[in-house]
Ligand binder design. Structure first.
Ligand code: ATP
Length: 427
């Protein structure tokens, strides 16, 4: 049996993963469950609270062994927990629960696979999801405007590539107070677990704690459960009430796909290879903008101020450079918000050699008169002067925004050598 849950928390209260953790604890007393999932969906959804994440649980059954009474108990436990830990007072919180039987899941794998793609790439409606839920014989509960069922089914339908996140939770009595974590121990943990954990630090600053007063103490992302458990042991912090490892699509680029410029539309994630056709320019607010073209069209690409030093790479691009832009398409203005950049090839740049054989300097006298040496008065035609190649001060390869400006879904370059299709191979 599959259970999907989404949209239970607000910026002030709770966290959907906390419901997942409590349910794991409860249900594991009587049933066997797979590792739970924390799945991020299209980051361009406007009404998301934080990272557009939903969760799903899977009660493992051999031969549909759950009795009707089991199923009833499970559903009641889920509903009770969601109702207890959802912030119904918040206008923007619209919980949704989906129950899907083992049989319906396996009969509808293709439909679920397609749904997962659309929940990552597109903006879906409640009606669209509801129609599919009825088609695949799922049971669901919509609270308030029902948005939560979109992500609840999204979490159930997710497929590799995956990574993990180990989440720790605080005692309820301290929710909302300052989190006590020894920064140095996080730096130490990062050093000891690299490259098997990621996005722990921005420079030397730990970024593993949320900014909201939610039950989460910290989260460590990684690709090995063993390493994550070791990492938790290295971190010195206040008392941890509970912890749970989730399988997740964070750090996988699951929201991006290769697309030609003419096919692009707003609010979707793309990978676009093309040539720089307009030099980077500075935009008010510290943002940097340049234009690329492929064989179907042109599009602006923007690197926002919070991406900090990443903009220095963008600033060095020049007309003719061949790049791959990874990011999401904004509607207004229509442009790609860059998450990552691949410099495929740098256009060679040349300058004129203005040193004369006599040691003097060749001065330009205009297009018609060419150059004249200031010492020996030697003259050279404008187009006869020799040139030399200027060394570019960037290199071919991948560049990514700083960790604190990264989307949950963005794949860090440090994970490029790992196979995230079969995630348990690193344990
Ligand atoms: P948190 O990360 O704190 O759990 P959140 O950022 O996940 O919060 P939600 O409160 O879950 O934000 O709100 C996101 C809403 O968007 C949910 O109702 C979810 O069902 C819905 N949603 C998810 N993906 C899509 C999509 N592709 N199209 C439309 N709605 C979506």
């Amino acid at each position: 049996m599959y259970i999907g849950i989404d949209d239970t928390d607000s910026l002030e209260n709770y966290c959907t993963t906390y419901i997942g953790t409590i349910l794991m604890e409860e249900l594991q007393k009587n049933y066997v469950l797979d590792i739970p999932k924390l799945i991020r969906m299209n980051p361009m959804v406007k009404y998301k609270t934080r990272g557009n994440g939903g969760i799903s649980l899977h009660i493992v059954e051999k031969n549909n062994e759950l009795s009707d009474s089991d199923i009833n108990i499970i559903k009641k436990t889920v509903v009770k927990t969601v109702e207890k830990f959802s912030d119904f007072k918040c206008d923007n919180t619209n919980p949704g629960i989906v129950f899907l039987s083992e049989e319906s899941y396996s009969k509808n794998e293709k439909k679920l696979e397609n749904y997962y793609k659309s929940v990552l790439y597109d903006i879906l409606s409640v009606d669209y999801t509801e129609k599919l839920l009825n088609e695949i014989n799922a049971e669901f509960i919509k609270y308030k405007n029902g948005y939560g069922i979109i992500g609840a089914l999204g979490a159930i339908s997710s497929k590799p590539p995956f990574t993990y996140e180990l989440l720790t939770y605080r005692e309820e009595s301290v929710w909302g107070t300052k989190r006590e974590i020894d920064d140095f121990s996080v730096v130490n943990m990062n050093e000891k677990t690299f490259p098997y954990t990621f996005n722990n630090l921005d420079g030397k600053k730990p970024i593993i704690t949320p900014h909201t007063p939610c039950p989460v103490l910290y989260g460590i992302r990684g690709i090995s459960k063993t390493v994550l458990n070791n990492a938790k042991n290295i971190i010195k912090s206040e008392r941890i009430l509970k912890s749970q490892i989730f399988v997740t699509n964070q750090g996988t680029d699951a929201h991006l796909r290769f697309m030609k410029i003419k096919d692009m539309y707003p609010d979707t994630g793309v990978i676009s290879y093309g040539q720089v056709v307009q030099k980077p320019i500075e935009i008010t607010g510290g943002h940097v903008l340049f234009k690329i073209k492929d064989d179907t069209g042109e599009i602006n690409c923007i690197s926002y101020e919070p991406t900090k030093e990443f903009r220095n790479i963008i600033r060095k691009l020049d007309i003719g450079d061949l790049v791959g832009v990874y990011g999401t398409v904004r509607k207004n203005p229509f442009e790609i918000n860059i998450e990552k950049l691949k410099i495929v090839s740098l256009k060679k740049q040349y300058d004129k050699n203005k040193k004369c054989e006599c040691g003097g300097t060749l001065k330009s006298k205009g297009l018609k008169s060419g150059y004249k040496c200031n010492l020996c008065s030697r003259k050279i035609d404008y187009d006869k002067i020799s040139t030399f190649e200027i060394k570019r001060d960037i290199f071919e390869g991948f560049y990514e925004v700083i960790p604190s400006a990264r989307r949950h879904l963005s794949k860090p370059v440090q994970l490029y050598d790992f196979d995230l299709q079969v995630i348990d191979k690193y344990d």
